[in-house]
Ligand binder design. Sequence first.
Ligand SMILES: O=C(O)C1=C[C@@H](OP(=O)(O)O)[C@@H](O)[C@H](O)C1
Ligand SMILES: C=C(OP(=O)(O)O)C(=O)O
Length: 430
Amino acid sequence: MPSADWAAPTVTRAVDARVVLPGSKSLTNRYLVLAALASDVSRLRAPLRSRDTLLMAQALRTLGAVVDDVEDGDWLVTPGRLVGGGEVDCGLAGNVMRFVPPVAGLADGPVRFDGDPHARRRPMAPVLEALRTLGVEVDDADRGGLPFTVHGRGAVRGGAVTLDASQSSQFVSGLLLSGPRFDGGVTVHHVGGAVPSLPHIEMTVETLRDAGVVVDDLDAHTWRVEPSEVNALDVQVEPDLSNAAQFLAAALVTGGRVHVPGWPQYTTQGGDHVREVLDMMGAEVVLDRAGLTVSGGDGISGVDVDLRGSSELTPVVAALCALADSPSVIRGVAHVRGHETDRLAALRTELTALGAHVDETDDGLRITPRPLHGGTFRTYADHRMVMAAAVLGLVVPGLVVEDVGTVAKTMPRFTELWAEMLGHPVPAGA
Ligand SMILES: O=C(O)C1=C[C@@H](OP(=O)(O)O)[C@@H](O)[C@H](O)C1
Ligand SMILES: C=C(OP(=O)(O)O)C(=O)O
């Protein structure tokens, strides 16, 4: 059921704020999966608690892991024998629908997967086909997506598989994460158009290596995971850099300054690309040991930018483009048509409704800024549409964001953090 509307706050002065960000969704969910497959108890420090990670924790509990809340907001994960017989709610989480079915192949009975109405439209077929090739029975009524049932038999033969990951890097990541527990490990070879979000595959490879697993990136399109034990982890989750984008964008839009403490000097998060994008758009961007500081200058420059590796940034960057002083092109993101919603269509529709001129291209958007006016901004169950709308609302009076609660997918406290950044009092009980 849709949640309440939200009147996006406008500002009359430059933002000057320090924003402490919650943990990375992608790292939290990888660590959870590896911890459930590990040979001992793992500790996740400062994990993200949002709809996507709570669904992941619940999915792994259904399969036999124990995920305990402990002091300081940490998660303690005790792996258990992987059991079938349960049902997994994927919500709208790409991580849950692509990472958990290979784990279910290792369980000792059937596991049914379903999710939100929008999740049934997200691409899944290459993962299900690959699982069959690796020796797992999957019953999906040949629809190639949710709902489906994985019939685990307690072990997976594994081996080599070829798939087309041009619609999502998560197809590869999901197979690699469970690969060490397959009898023959797994070799995943991609054929087809360019793989999007490659940093997320690097993140998968790195987290596996952190757990003692041997991974070879044999060539740009082939990854090999050797069969082995998965070591327990004790890890600090980095802040979510994609979810930093809207806060940093506020510095550019208002000519102000936003500081994010704890920005990693080295990371596999694709969201780190936001530093380069904001720099191209006219911000001053400084990364030092204390964190990242972004300062806005005079206006926003239009850009020609390829977001293939960092496509989570598309909605917020599109919002900035609509506020820029020259036209922009966003490239490399055809696959975001299969994200939470068809993001290219959603952004074209909603930005156009506010007065911008937006064309969809084969692989992105062409945005020509025009004076914008208020109105209702529809969000299509997409957390990042809420975030994009908030950026626009800073300088577009009368912008009402539909179904703001959908932002809880990765940032349940988004409106509070936004109000805090703007120096607005947070209403009691909010
Ligand atoms: O592996 C991951 O955690 C993710 C990979 C990317 O997916 P796509 O490759 O489908 O873009 C990204 O957009 C998504 O938000 C998270
Ligand atoms: C595409 C996204 O999510 P998911 O992990 O559900 O694919 C996203 O967070 O922008």
